[in-house]
Design a protein around this ligand. Structure first.
Ligand SMILES: Cc1cc2nc3c(=O)[nH]c(=O)nc-3n(C[C@H](O)[C@H](O)[C@H](O)COP(=O)(O)OP(=O)(O)OC[C@H]3O[C@@H](n4cnc5c(N)ncnc54)[C@H](O)[C@@H]3O)c2cc1C
Length: 595
């Protein structure tokens, strides 16, 4: 999918691969997204011409070797070195010690012949920071080339269809023209040059171009949540348990139990919300990647949104898969019903492409600096200092196109107290007030504490506050996206249901955060109880639409594959399994463990 520069198709197709096999999805992501993407984004025309056709037809199989055993989140601290030898016109790649082995690298343990290696670049005794080079690691028959050591990370919690491995380099000579030199070049005499003078800014610019991976993993998380929610909701519609009193009373479907609705439907609603936010994010990515949008500020907005969306979407996936597993009881524990594999395979989404807590700090950084020109030249400590020194106004910035949101919020003014808990303007206002208040008080604390204790201690002391600011921001942008999607829908029946789903998303966030809202005077105790009642009421209102809501995710039966989700209402499980095997939808069952 998505050749010819169609980034949106690639990322959307990638999301849908969550329905099939997540190991295969990650193999695809490593080869085409990470390896090919790094060549595309960090390389120049000669790299594109020489390598990209082979990346696409798999004659050049590669990996993306950034993380080391000693450093994952802190990429600037990598230990691998690439030292330029002018006499031989090569970089010499070295791993200085065990902590600097490249680690967890997808495709490295078995299949990759090439690697994009991130290393500290040295020329004529000067250190220029982390840069990427294309390095041959195995010859065509798969033998590691001289100087390259390769290990296997072994069995993992999940994704065991991916060969994650370790790499070390000793005096490996890399021709000068294999430096991926879009952002920095080295001449034959060893002269280093870059269009971006500030090294921190250069580093963040380089990493920023790799944003597509984060957008893709966010999508993969949403795809996994869609699959898990579909399996659990369909099971809830088919499975009966206990009967109401009375001789002839039929057994009750799980989804007719209030708590079952309350476990599953808010997660379906959040999946919808994240889906719409993802659509906007993919459109922005596409516009930036195709050059339709060239504005620096939009690029930074893309990076921020990608980081925030990736964190929230992958946590949502982990949460939804777990709830789906429990909501499907013993059936959900059987491998043939897919949730176990999905759970172990998607768990790492919260870690790779940036650990989620670290990503939320990046989101907060851009909020604190308000996407300023010098954004890229600040690390987190620089951000704390910046905030301490500048008079930063805190206002929630919305896209121009959000006049709809503004008018809904303005319509709430003056009616506080009487306004319905289902009023969309009130939801939007609450989300905005939370974001503004959390950010405002964060700025005040950072200013005070930085003066007292210095930037590092200050930032560390307010770290939970930083994460809350980022979360409040992302949840607000997700709600905005949902509201915009409903506005764009021209089918009144669909709009009516989506409106209720959006209410459920918004009020679930308010319910979960009701402690904070009450502590800060945005919600009275009585209104908080009203929110709780509304959430439960919405779950019951939406119950008749539950299966339609998951059917709308459009997962074909051949990909859904879980017998609990595919059996007819009233059809015994074992009969359904037999039918699905006979129809070729399911393979013959495997013999599993006993007890
Ligand atoms: C299956 C798998 C595949 C992978 N594939 C690749 C690949 O192909 N290429 C590649 O280069 N890498 C790959 N990785 C590596 C992955 O990107 C890193 O694991 C990830 O960036 C986290 O780094 P780390 O493991 O060193 O964890 P750490 O950075 O040590 O983080 C551990 C925990 O500490 C938290 N933490 C870290 N710093 C801070 C801070 N400043 N404040 C608060 N909390 C903090 C994190 O949020 C996290 O919860 C893969 C990893 C796995 C598990």
């Amino acid at each position: 999918v998505g050749g010819a520069g169609d980034v949106a198709s690639f990322v959307t197709g990638f999301e849908e691969m969550s329905y099939g096999d997540v190991s295969l999805q990650v193999k695809v992501g490593v080869q085409f997204g990470l390896f090919g993407g790094a060549i595309q984004q960090l390389g120049t025309a000669r790299h594109h011409e020489r390598f990209l056709p082979g990346v696409l037809d798999l004659s050049v199989v590669g990996c993306f070797a950034m993380t080391e055993t000693g450093h994952g989140s802190d990429v600037q601290a990598l230990g691998t070195t690439a030292t330029f030898l002018a006499d031989d016109d090569v970089f010499v790649l070295d791993t200085p010690g065990p902590e600097a082995w490249k680690d967890y690298i997808g495709n490295a343990a078995a299949h990759a012949r090439w690697a994009v290696v991130f290393a500290q670049l040295h020329t004529a005794g000067a250190d220029h920071g982390v840069h990427a080079l294309l390095v041959r690691i195995r010859d065509d028959d798969g033998t590691p080339v001289p100087g390259v050591q390769i290990g296997d990370d072994g069995h993992k919690l999940g994704l065991n269809g991916v060969d994650n491995g370790r790499l070390a380099f000793e005096g490996v000579r890399v021709p000068r023209d294999q430096l991926l030199d879009r952002f920095a070049a080295v001449d034959a005499d060893g002269t280093y040059s870059s269009p971006i003078e500030n090294p921190t800014r250069r580093f963040f610019t380089m990493l920023g171009t790799l944003v597509q991976g984060r957008v893709a993993v966010a999508g993969a998380g949403i795809g996994a949540a869609k699959l898990a929610a579909t399996i659990a909701v369909k099971h809830g519609e088919r499975r009966t348990q206990f009967a109401a009193p009375g001789d002839d009373a039929p057994e009750v479907r799980l989804l007719d139990y209030a708590v079952h609705q309350q476990r599953l439907l808010p997660r379906v609603a959040r999946t919808y919300a994240l889906h719409f936010a993802q659509q906007e994010l993919v459109e922005l990515l596409h516009a930036v990647a195709t050059g339709e949008v060239t504005d620096e500020e939009e690029r930074r907005r893309l990076e921020t949104r990608a980081a925030g969306q990736k964190a929230l979407a992958t946590w949502h996936a982990t949460d939804t898969v777990q709830e789906a597993r429990e909501a499907t009881g013993g059936f959900g524990y059987l491998s043939e019903n897919r949730l176990g594999q999905l759970k172990s395979d998607t768990d790492v989404f919260t870690t790779f492409e940036g650990a989620n807590h670290v990503l939320l700090q990046l989101v907060a950084k851009s909020l604190l600096t308000r996407y300023r020109q010098d954004f890229g030249s600040l690390d987190l400590l620089g951000t704390a200092r910046f905030v301490a020194e500048q008079a930063v106004d805190v206002v929630v910035e919305r896209l121009q196109a959000r006049s709809l949101v503004r008018s809904l919020i303005d319509a709430v003014d003056g009616r506080e107290g009487e306004v319905s808990v289902l009023d969309r303007g009130w939801h939007l206002q609450l989300f905005e007030q939370r974001e503004e208040h959390v950010l405002q008080t964060l700025v005040q604390r950072l200013r005070r504490l930085t003066a007292e204790k210095g930037a590092f201690a200050a930032f560390n002391e307010v770290q939970d506050h930083v994460l809350l600011a980022a979360t409040a921001h992302v949840e607000r942008t997700v709600l905005d996206a949902f509201v915009a999607a409903i506005d764009a829908c021209d089918d009144p029946a669909v709009t009516a249901v989506l409106d209720r789903v959006c209410d459920l998303y918004a009020l679930t966030v308010v319910r979960d955060e009701r402690g904070w809202f009450q502590e800060h005077g945005f919600l009275t105790g009585a209104r908080s109880k009203a929110v709780l009642r509304a959430v439960n009421g919405l779950c019951s209102d939406l119950r008749p639409h539950a299966e339609d809501l998951v059917d709308a995710f459009g997962i074909p039966d051949g990909l859904l594959r879980a017998p609990i989700a595919l059996r007819e209402v009233g059809e015994p499980y074992l009969d359904a399994r037999e039918r699905l095997v006979a129809d070729g939808v399911l393979p013959e069952p495997e013999v599993g463990g006993r007890g």
